[in-house]
Design a protein around this ligand. Structure first.
Ligand SMILES: [Zn+2]
Ligand SMILES: [Zn+2]
Length: 451
């Protein structure tokens, strides 16, 4: 009786976890015109110490995030808020032409204007309140609050604090205009000083969110940029160079994986549908797509890839075996060892593959847990895969007692002798004859390997 009750409780709990999302509020902070080379792209991260050291471990960062549209302030912000590429005048005289998230949110969820806020450091951005779309528009617009001292982010933070304390908006965007202004003004020191200030303000804002009782643990913070700056001249921006297009994004919140790096290419217009998913409304006319890694998805795990060659394997039972879909960030083919190296486009579990990757990042793989597997081995050296959980050598057995195995060798830049096989990794092992390896992490076998 007790056992049945307990099982029922666990099932209810599990169902609750799968159905519930915890985010009730979303705050977007745009650091205006910060260039990637001074933010995530700076190996020392010297101008964003708070974001890098305090906030990054709390959420997921995006290192291939782009503005593929117009790299100006108003168009960039309008693209973020509409989930479509908007090309609008940069002087504040043209509204976005597709509905903003505020309009979708208000219309679909019956959300009052005071729950939707635009807090500005630039008056020309008051066009972010609403679009001129005939089915939406001003009657579904956000409340706009512009700071008294434009371009001074300290005052913008004060306004954000007031708005949060007074209205607790469900959906808010704020613009930190100081970095872009200082960039245009010219002295490098001024630009990086304002960037450092924006970095502290973002940190202060997250601390404010987590100390506010109605926001704490229910609020997702999205930190991004409207555009970067020219690769060759930090004083301006507006074209299609990588410096103008490559931007940052960081998401922290109760529904987002912690301490992860997503390096798959995504863009500004993916923000609107993603945050709409968090707040349970729909961005019907958006062309961007939901960013999967922004959510803790049952069955999804993240695996860290190192820069350069990795020896890896499929750690889960997945619906696809297509190398390009499973490892979209690999910059080389997948090679198996079959006496010599052979390229593979369809992958299987239990096999080790060589694949090369760019800068260190996480791969997100969704599927069922892989707790046991049978792996065919040949006489001589084999490149084998492993399971979705760490496998100690005690959990490995062989099909016939006359099979003798060498040590298992892993690769982390150099070869090493492994006493535990790690998820998603591949290993070299030599056998005296062909047969099968049984990997079973669910029951400790306590069986000695023949050596
Ligand atoms: Zn600018
Ligand atoms: Zn440029």
């Amino acid at each position: 009786m007790k056992k049945i009750f307990l099982t029922a409780c666990i099932l209810l709990l599990l169902r609750g976890v799968l159905l519930s999302q915890s985010t009730q509020n979303v705050v977007i902070v745009v650091i205006d015109g910060a260039r990637y080379t001074e933010t995530f792209g700076d190996p020392a991260h010297q101008y964003i110490p708070n974001i890098w050291n305090q906030l990054k471990p709390l959420g997921t960062i995006y290192t291939s995030f782009y503005n593929d549209g117009i790299t100006q302030t108003n168009s960039g912000h309008a693209s973020i808020l509409t989930g479509t590429w908007q090309s609008i005048l940069n002087d504040g005289s043209e509204l976005p032409h597709k509905p903003t998230i505020f309009e979708y949110h208000r219309k679909e969820r019956n959300s009052p204007a005071a729950e939707n806020y635009v807090v500005l450091g630039k008056t020309k951005l008051d066009i972010l309140s609403h679009s001129d779309h005939p089915d939406y528009g001003a009657s579904y617009g956000a409340t706009v609050d512009t700071t008294n001292f434009q371009y001074d982010d300290v005052y913008t933070l004060e306004n954000v604090k007031d708005v949060i304390a007074t209205y607790h908006p469900r959906l808010m965007i704020t613009n930190l205009a100081g970095t872009d202004r200082a960039g245009h003004d010219g002295p490098w020191l001024n630009y990086i000083t304002k960037l450092q200030r924006a970095d502290s303000i973002v940190n202060a804002l997250w601390n404010l969110i987590q100390t506010d009782q109605s926001y704490k643990d229910k609020t997702t913070l999205i930190v991004t940029n409207d555009h970067g700056r020219h690769t060759t001249d930090f004083r301006s921006h507006g074209d299609g160079c990588d410096g103008c297009r490559h931007i940052t994004m960081l998401i922290i919140g109760p529904d987002t994986p912690i301490d992860k790096i997503d390096s798959t290419r995504q863009t500004q217009i993916d923000i609107a549908p993603s945050l709409a998913q968090l707040l349970k409304f729909h961005t019907l006319l958006a062309t961007g797509t939901i960013i999967p890694s922004a959510f803790i998805i049952p069955g999804m795990e993240a695996y860290r890839m190192e820069q350069g060659w990795n020896l890896i394997s499929i750690p889960r039972q997945t619906s696809t075996k297509d190398k390009a879909l499973l490892f979209p960030t690999a910059i080389s083919p997948a090679f198996i060892y079959n006496g010599s190296y052979v390229e593979k486009e369809t992958l299987e579990t239990g096999v080790g593959y060589w694949m090369k990757f760019g800068p260190e990042h996480d791969l997100f793989i969704t599927g069922y847990d892989l707790h046991a597997d049978t792996i065919n081995i040949e006489e001589g050296w084999n490149l084998v895969g492993t399971l979705g959980v760490p496998v100690s050598l005690n959990n490995i057995s062989v099909s016939t007692p006359d099979i003798t195995l060498s040590d298992f060798f892993g690769f982390n830049g150099n070869y090493y002798t492994a006493d535990t096989l790690l998820p998603c990794r591949g290993y070299w092992v030599k056998a005296n004859r062909s047969g099968q390896l049984f990997l079973d992490a669910s029951t400790p076998l306590n069986r000695e390997l023949n050596k």
